[in-house]
Design a protein around this ligand. Structure first.
Ligand code: HAM
Length: 429
């Protein structure tokens, strides 16, 4: 017996039965974001390791232990992208499309993180993200949030709540960081092990610890929102006001910090309670310092990314996924002449009504066996071509669902007969 090769842990095949849901979700997302004037950008999956180390941050979980990093044949250190923001900024600086402009971008594709796989957390996963450059006011933060909120509405999703926080300016955050660190050091013995480690390397991350003991200590910790600089406070209040006037509900979560270091001011997450521990379906915020940090001119920026797998799981839990849309017409034939004719007829139907989907029976088999396949295919109608039909320029049309109905029609009348069985709505279904 030869050993069978399996897929890599945490990296999943998206099988044909899931294909319809994926395309439907991707199309829905595209329509919504393009409705806000965002343009698609497609970037490489592999970048120089340094890009992620400098943007996401050296002392983050992602950079410290989750990246797929390898040496290129020429000795460069490369990494499979763990997220999309760094690549957008790199590309914008490289092609000069960020400076002094207002740019709205969106992207989708696979991302890679060597995390411990579990439900909702994978090593290869897919994100759809949006990034807006060159706008410093809270109106663009609000726009990004409105866009996601509209998407939930279009998808029919219920129960995703918006959590908001502000991390302030880099200076205010550094001052708060020291204050928090002093406080946590004074309570070191009460913290869990992970938090004790983070206390020294990245104390802000202690704020989102799930450990009950640590959370108890945090209740008395100084608050980030109280340490905000004036300009950041004004920005945050402006955003809250815009959201309220747009009718968007939100919860201010002063403990909301992010696992990536590039944020300043606004951070937000859309969270559900239906997915267990991996309840964040979409997350983002402002990163005004990142462009200059990566060598570009100072450019304000804001964005988010959503996890496609998590969204699909949530859509499924709420019974919102469309069913598989297979071909609606199945063509059978018997005899060499009929087989040739079957190909012509199938092509003619595809030409006239591509949205119907036509599958032609391939290979041998009597009509009875072919009919079984037609039944199993999920199609609504079978077109049957035998010697008689070919000789007379006719086609037999047989309904496969509901009441058994079979009629023979002239080839010229076929399309009308087909549409009687398979009406097409405005969406093309
Ligand atoms: P993130 O919070 O690391 O942010 O990821 C965004 C979303 O991607 C998460 O909320 C989650 O839905 C999904 N996600 C992350 N890791 C996994 C995983 N291992 N398995 C499944 N889904 C996952 C970012 O990536 C930032 N680039 C977002 C951003 C864009 N900020 C500004 N612009």
């Amino acid at each position: 017996m030869v050993d069978r090769i399996q897929s890599i842990r945490g990296m999943h095949d998206i099988l044909p039965e899931a294909g319809a849901a994926w395309s439907w979700l991707e199309t829905t997302i595209r329509r919504v974001v393009e409705g806000y004037g965002y343009q698609q950008i497609r970037l490489p999956i592999v970048e120089k390791t340094e890009l992620f180390a400098r943007s996401i941050g050296e002392v983050t979980d992602i950079v410290e232990k989750e990246m797929y990093t390898f040496g290129d044949r020429n000795g460069d250190s490369l990494t499979l992208r763990p997220e999309g923001t760094a690549g957008c900024v790199r590309s914008g600086i490289e092609h000069g499309f960020l400076h002094n402009q207002m740019v709205r971008l969106w992207y989708t594709g696979p991302m890679f993180r060597h995390e411990r796989p579990q439900k909702g957390r994978y090593r290869q996963f897919h994100q759809m993200g949006a990034e807006a450059f060159g706008m410093e006011g809270p109106d663009v933060d609000a726009e990004l949030i409105l866009m996601t909120s509209r998407l939930w509405r279009v998808l029919g999703l219920q129960g995703v709540r918006l959590e908001l926080n502000s991390l302030g300016s880099a200076e205010a955050r550094a001052a708060y960081r020291d204050e928090l660190q002093d406080f946590l050091r004074s309570r070191r013995d009460e913290l869990d092990e992970d938090s004790r480690r983070r206390l020294e390397s990245n104390p802000l991350r202690v704020l989102d610890s799930k450990d009950p003991g640590t959370r108890e200590v945090l209740r008395e910790a100084p608050q980030l929102l109280e340490a905000l600089d004036d300009a950041s406070r004004e920005h945050f209040e402006g955003l809250c006001e815009l959201l309220s006037s747009a009718g968007i509900e939100y919860v201010i979560n002063p403990r909301l910090v992010r696992g990536l270091d590039y944020y300043s001011r606004t951070v937000f997450e859309w969270v559900t309670d239906e997915l267990g521990a991996q309840g964040t379906v979409c997350a983002g915020g402002r990163y005004d310092a990142l462009v200059s940090q990566l060598g570009g001119r100072e450019t304000p920026a804001c964005g988010f990314a959503m996890g496609i797998e998590r969204l699909l799981t949530l859509l499924e839990a709420q019974s919102l996924l469309p069913t598989l849309a297979g071909p609606r017409v199945y063509v059978l034939s018997q005899g060499a002449a009929a087989r040739r004719e079957a190909l012509h007829i199938a092509e003619a139907v595809r030409e006239a009504r591509p949205e119907l989907g036509v599958q032609v029976h391939c290979g041998e088999g009597g009509l009875k066996a072919q009919m079984k396949r037609a039944d199993r295919s999920g199609a609504e109608v079978a077109l049957i071509l035998g010697e008689q039909e070919v000789a007379e320029g006719m086609v037999t049309v047989r309904a496969l669902r509901g009441e058994a109905q079979q009629t023979m029609v002239a080839q010229t009348a076929l399309l009308a007969e087909l549409l009687r069985h398979c009406p097409i709505d405005q969406e093309g279904h």
